[in-house]
Design a protein around this ligand. Structure first.
Ligand SMILES: N[C@@H](Cc1ccc(O)cc1)C(=O)O
Ligand SMILES: NC(=[NH2+])NCCC[C@H](N)C(=O)O
Length: 381
């Protein structure tokens, strides 16, 4: 049943992924007309893009990979549908500011075409009453949170705490390739075209995205797949003293929200049984809904549009957004999942989302849930 959201302004309060949602920031895609495929981008998406980078059809020297305008328009249509659905559920929807044009950014060591604030889950974690800005991996995303600052200041005025991890320089050797080399994967297709400058003596930096975390009340799961992430886990533990951070040992290359989504205490959605072993012991006895198989017919056919790189996997739609412990917003183009969730008694709000593999985000990625009703409960004992 839709419940009215409280009158604004509201204090920041978000400790988990599933208690009743009252307020959310929803990303936007205006001017998402290219992927800047520099080394930091290629490494970040390597799991998904390596096979395509290997094909002779790739824009090897050409770093700006254009995205057809029709796809951006369709994405914006789908996001508008998501905004309406959230409002219809009684959730207050805030938006980042819109970039007015394509923006080229430059640091002392590199330049990049800025990514618009679409996947707002990625560069921030809300931990209770604290906004934590994380340390971007992709150079094109380093100023992305500027467009969320109007919202962050609003919460700050209402009493939120606000912290930022040290901003990484993302110089030539800042990123750790260990996750790939440990699997004997050759990363040269990502690193061969590196043009960024080096900073003498710097080495691996703290680099980490908010979407590497899953929040469970007083506990937070943190995916650590390399030394960049290891430094960030230490920073989280040193700076947020009242939550318990659990290290997931390389459950994925980086983000985990298309692998695992806690649905309510004692029940989670998981990509497959192979991922259980990464979870804290207490979660291994939770009930699990495994993501039903999909095939290519669930995804648009882009053959008429020429070369379009899928930066997201087929599992992107696991990435749902909970309105409360019984209500979830799910991509209508994943009917197999809707059926399973309804079978478990969930009310599913279906919203169409076509191009999730091109822009690399589902509904969890597109949103930053700033106000939920739950507190720092102990769900793990
Ligand atoms: N393999 C990564 C790469 C990726 C990250 C973010 C995206 O938006 C898209 C793709 C996926 O989990 O997590
Ligand atoms: N918060 C996000 N942007 N999550 C996206 C994770 C996508 C994941 N790499 C996949 O390809 O399935």
């Amino acid at each position: 049943m839709p419940q009215p959201a409280p009158a604004s302004p509201t204090a920041l309060n978000s400790f988990d992924e599933f208690t009743r949602l009252d307020e959310v920031v929803l990303g936007r895609a205006e001017h998402y007309d290219a992927h800047h495929t520099d080394t930091s981008w290629r490494l970040f998406f390597y799991d998904n893009v390596a096979p395509v980078l290997g094909r002779h059809a790739t824009p090897s020297g050409e770093e700006l990979l254009p995205i057809p305008g029709q796809l951006v328009d369709e994405l914006n249509e789908d996001i508008a549908g998501l905004a309406d659905a959230l409002t219809g559920c009684g959730v207050k929807v805030l938006r980042p500011a819109a970039p007015g044009k394509d923006i080229d950014i430059r640091s002392p060591h590199w330049d990049a075409r800025a990514t618009p604030p679409l996947n707002v889950r990625d560069q921030t974690i809300i931990l209770g009453n604290t906004i934590v800005e994380t340390a971007p991996h992709v150079r094109a995303r380093i100023f992305e949170n500027d467009l969320l600052k109007p919202a962050f200041y609003r919460y700050y005025q209402e009493g939120a705490n606000w912290l930022s991890m040290p901003r990484p320089a993302l110089a030539r050797d800042s990123l750790d390739t260990a996750y790939f080399t440990r699997q004997n994967l050759d990363v040269s297709r990502a690193t061969d075209s590196e043009s960024a400058g080096a900073i003498e003596g710097l080495g691996l930096e703290m680099v980490f995205d908010g979407a590497q975390c899953m929040r469970l009340g007083r506990d937070v799961l943190v995916n650590v797949a390399n030394h960049n992430h290891e430094l960030a886990l230490r920073w989280l533990r040193d700076n947020i003293r009242d939550l318990r951070f659990h290290r997931l040992d390389a459950m994925a290359d980086n983000h985990i929200d298309s692998v695992l989504v806690p649905l309510r205490p004692g029940l989670m959605l998981l990509r497959s049984p192979a991922y259980l072993k990464y979870l804290p012991a207490a979660m291994q006895s939770w009930d699990v809904i495994y993501a039903p198989e999909t095939d290519d017919s669930n995804f648009p056919d882009y053959s008429d549009l020429g070369f379009v790189i899928p930066i997201g996997s087929r599992y992107m739609d696991i990435n749902l957004l909970s309105i409360d412990e019984n209500t979830v917003v799910v991509n209508s183009l994943y009917p197999e999942l809707i059926e399973v969730l309804e079978g478990h008694g969930f009310t599913v709000v279906p919203v169409r989302h076509r191009h999730r593999r091109l822009f690399g985000g589902g509904f969890h990625c597109f949103t930053l849930d700033t106000v939920r009703r739950g507190g720092p409960e102990d769900y793990l004992s």
